[in-house]
Design a protein around this ligand. Structure first.
Ligand SMILES: Nc1ncnc2c1ncn2[C@@H]1O[C@H](COP(=O)(O)OP(=O)(O)OP(=O)(O)O)[C@@H](O)[C@H]1O
Ligand SMILES: [Mg+2]
Length: 135
């Protein structure tokens, strides 16, 4: 998708969130400010997380209550090395999550489970629009 506005990304994300099967794993890559958190928030809303609800458990892990179960949002940006991802509680997340949404997954290296859907976000020449690609 090219040239997506904020309104469009919110609609896309909510729709995507509504369509996910339980246990979904989604990864979001892209430069600073590309819109990863914005898209994740919209997906969380589609999964039934009340708008604006955040309850950081510790550090990089956010756990929200969705309509069907917990929605985990991991922001790996501040990991210094992939080994630091060892303590994030992967077993619990993988067994409990209705959805696991990971921002900056490349920073967690091989801790990121395989098989997820990968989204790449990019700035465009228009500061009001972004490109979003699933690969
Ligand atoms: N599709 C879009 N069109 C226009 N603006 C957008 C779009 N998506 C996000 N933005 C805006 O871009 C800014 C950064 O978005 P966001 O925080 O989601 O980026 P991010 O990729 O999570 O950044 P970071 O890597 O720092 O975590 C916000 O002000 C947001 O409103
Ligand atoms: Mg972010």
């Amino acid at each position: 998708m090219r040239g997506v506005t904020l309104e469009e990304v919110r609609q896309f994300g909510e729709q995507l969130g509504r369509s996910l099967a339980p246990g979904a794993l989604l990864l979001f890559e892209g430069e600073l400010g590309a819109g990863k958190t914005t898209l994740i928030s919209a997906i969380a809303r589609g999964l039934g997380v009340p708008a604006g609800a955040t309850s950081p458990t510790y550090g990089l892990v956010h756990r929200y209550e969705g309509a069907r179960g917990p929605v985990f949002h991991l922001d790996c940006y501040r990991l210094k090395t992939p080994e630091d991802a060892a303590d994030l509680g992967w077993d619990v997340m993988l067994s409990d999550a209705d959805a696991l949404l990971i921002e900056w997954p490349e920073r967690a290296g091989s801790w990121v489970p395989s098989g997820g859907r990968r989204f790449f976000l990019r700035h465009t020449t228009d500061p009001e629009r972004r490109d979003i690609e699933e690969r």
